[in-house]
Write a protein that binds this ligand. Structure first.
Ligand code: PMP
Length: 364
């Protein structure tokens, strides 16, 4: 509606309007319970129905088999950087990391506190604009896991396919924080997938972990109880008080994604949106530039620079006047970044593209 802006933030990010309106309509008195979701006991039948529905809808969306546990946790994806090595290996175990941007680099650095991580590839010298060819990777023969960041939120680099560990005992792990539920994913290829909710599926405060059940139960002895997947799996994410309202919001988003026809349809929309934006950049004769290798450009986070970098502040200011907000690139890389998650309407990207053309006509 006209009092809403187009919010291109990387996260927390825009949420579907109909989900917000539904939450608003249920806020004061959730379905006749006489209270809001924020006030409910997390052990009462109302909230149990909410968390169970959220889990079962997510299972349908991603076609998650009963071999996997779905956990709704707290602490953000950043907490998982530690929880993963703590749960899946001993301090002397080797684990492999592919570093395609700032987030996988952070994950690797945290893992060094609890395991022996190897960076088997890094895109740092090419300013994180690429993903390696999988054949060339020198995987550690006995790595417990191979970790990737499926979509680098800051650099706009996205895996379009996934590497296969050489050793059948090595599991693949992906940080999907910024492309979770943006397209179908074959969960069975992974031992563990994790994502903070605040980009594609809800508010901040909820972290989703999808883990193969046979991997649960081997945490290092020093693992804090709140980081032990076994505790959370045994208690259906209700060991302690979970982020109830956030889980409720995620559930509304999952319902909405199913109503759109599921992730095949969602991906089609995301491809359409990304295409018009990348096309606009590519036909601008260098006025706008996206540094990322074309084959791995993210459908979710589109970084770009202006040839005349002195115009960047003006670009952001003028866009904001037209109700297009949060287009500034991450402070570590500069330039611009348009995050166009599931909930960014096509009309929002269309408006941005029209603005970019007009801006170029005036300043080119
Ligand atoms: N991984 C990725 C890919 C991210 O984009 C982010 C947040 N921007 C994180 C991890 C860290 O997430 P959180 O802030 O939820 O800890």
């Amino acid at each position: 509606s006209s009092d809403r802006v187009f919010n291109f933030a990387a996260g927390p990010a825009t949420l579907p309007e109909n989900v917000l309106l539904k939450a608003q309509s249920e806020l004061y008195n959730w379905r006749g319970s006489g209270m809001s979701v924020m006030e409910m006991s997390h052990r009462g039948k109302e909230f149990l129905s909410i968390i169970q529905k959220a889990e079962s809808d997510l299972r349908i969306l991603l076609n998650i088999s009963s071999d996997y546990a779905v956990l709704f946790l707290q602490g953000g994806a950043t907490t998982q950087f530690a929880a993963i090595p703590l749960n899946l290996c001993q301090p002397d175990d080797t684990v492999d990391y592919i570093v395609t941007g700032s987030w996988s680099d952070k994950a690797y650095k945290e893992a060094a506190r609890f395991s022996k991580p190897n960076v088997i590839w890094t895109g740092k010298s090419e300013k994180y604009t690429k993903i390696p060819s999988f054949d060339s990777l020198q995987q550690s023969p006995h790595a417990k896991y191979l970790h990737i960041c499926a979509n680098e939120t800051i650099h706009g680099v996205e895996f379009k396919d996934y590497p296969k560990p050489n050793n059948p005992n090595t599991i693949l792990i992906a940080d999907m924080s910024s492309n979770f539920c943006s397209k179908p994913v074959d969960v069975s290829k992974f031992g563990l997938i994790y994502a903070g909710a605040q980009k594609n599926v809800g508010p901040s405060g909820v972290t989703i972990v999808i883990i193969r059940k046979d991997l649960i139960g081997n945490a290092q002895p020093i693992t804090p109880i709140m980081l032990d997947y076994k505790i959370h799996a045994e208690n259906n994410s209700l060991y302690n008080t979970p982020p109830c309202f956030g889980i409720y919001m995620c559930g509304l988003v999952f319902e909405d994604l199913l109503a759109q026809g599921g992730l095949v349809e969602v991906e089609k929309n995301n491809q359409k949106k990304a295409k018009i934006l990348y096309d606009a950049i590519d036909v601008s004769n260098g006025f706008y530039r996206c540094p990322v290798d074309k084959s791995v450009r993210s459908l979710m986070n589109v970084p770009f620079t202006l040839e005349k970098s002195e115009l960047e502040a003006e670009f952001i200011k003028e866009a904001a006047k037209e109700k297009m907000l949060q287009l500034k690139g991450h402070r570590s890389v500069g330039g611009m970044r348009a995050s166009i998650y599931n909930a960014m309407p096509y009309a929002g990207v269309e408006k941005l593209v029209a603005f970019m053309k007009d801006f170029q006509a005036r300043h080119g």
